[in-house]
Ligand binder design. Structure first.
Ligand code: MF3
Ligand code: CO
Ligand code: CO
Length: 291
């Protein structure tokens, strides 16, 4: 069928040209249809994973957990963040996987090591870890094409009460977020639980970096904010897979990126902490794929 053009007689039988009769009204309806379709496509980019994909992501998540476990005994005063990078690289390759950060958008190492006031994306180097430091190690493995993304805080020797408490409360924030993961709850429920807990301790939440869908690619939709209002945002459905990874600052929330284009630090120089898991929404709750 030929499309009615603007100079044809209108379809309504008025005898007027289409452009002078119903064209404008039809055009508005076409625009509306396009925008609804666009929204549907945007939300359907959030992939509901198949059982086969979940098996693959779980295996990758378990390797990521094993890598972090392997580091627990080794991270101690006197080692460098380059040592951590080398251990992660070698363990990952020995287990048939690839470290996802390596060459990701130009990232030069296999793991992120974020020490003290570094919020995230710290690049391993010759920095020696000293008694009193706290650091986040963020590991992502690609095993058989599937991604597992998790991070933990490590304390170097004896650390100050403030540093220990920041790391501890940030871990609690992660787990309070995870408790909100079940079908019917929303992303806003997760963000709200995290925000409440962090702010009740006088801490601030980094806004610029957020959790994300993951599994088939490093970063997929949806965005997972670590702040928000209950009952708002995307409604969770079984077999969605995403991370929760709150970054919590002891001081103000402002951050900046160093000249290396990666390292994110607190503007006020205060300590920052982060914990991360990859999660799957189950039929009645949550599975931690990196536990
Ligand atoms: N693992 C980080 C995350 O949780 C991403 C690191 S990107 C890198 O999303 F390039 F810095 F490795
Ligand atoms: Co992540
Ligand atoms: Co990560």
């Amino acid at each position: 069928m030929r499309k009615l053009s603007r100079n044809d007689p209108c379809w309504c039988g008025s005898g007027r040209k289409y452009k002078n009769c119903h064209w404008k009204q039809d055009q508005a309806a076409r625009r509306e249809r396009r925008s609804v379709l666009g929204k549907m496509q945007r939300s359907s980019r959030i992939i509901i994973k198949t059982e086969e994909q979940i098996d693959g992501i779980r295996r990758s998540g378990q390797l990521t957990r094993d890598i972090l476990d392997m580091l627990e005994d080794r991270i101690q005063p006197g080692i460098t963040s380059n040592d951590i990078d080398r251990w992660v690289y070698e363990y990952t390759i020995a287990h048939g996987a690839i470290p996802a950060p390596l060459n990701y958008r130009g990232f030069p190492k296999s793991v992120c090591t974020s020490i003290n006031q570094v919020v995230c994306h710290g690049i391993p180097d010759d920095t020696i870890l000293r008694e009193g430091d706290i650091l986040n190690v963020d590991v992502t493995s690609i095993l058989n094409g599937y991604y597992g993304d998790a991070s933990r805080m490590f304390t170097i020797g004896e650390v100050s009460d403030q540093a220990r408490q920041l790391a501890q409360v940030t871990r609690e924030c992660l787990y309070l977020g995870i408790e909100q993961v079940k079908p019917g709850n929303t992303l806003g429920d997760i963000g709200h639980a995290i925000q409440q807990h962090a702010e009740s301790h006088g801490y601030s939440i980094v806004r610029e970096y957020i959790g994300h869908g993951t599994g088939l690619q490093f970063h997929e939709p949806p965005d997972v904010r670590h702040f928000g209002e209950p009952h708002t945002g995307l409604t969770l459905q079984p077999n969605m897979v995403f991370t929760i990874e709150p970054m919590i600052n002891a001081g103000k929330c402002q951050v900046r990126v160093l000249d290396d284009a990666w390292t994110v630090v607190t503007v006020d120089g205060c300590l920052s902490a982060q914990w991360e898991h990859t999660l799957r929404v189950t039929d009645d709750g949550v599975e931690i794929l990196t536990a």
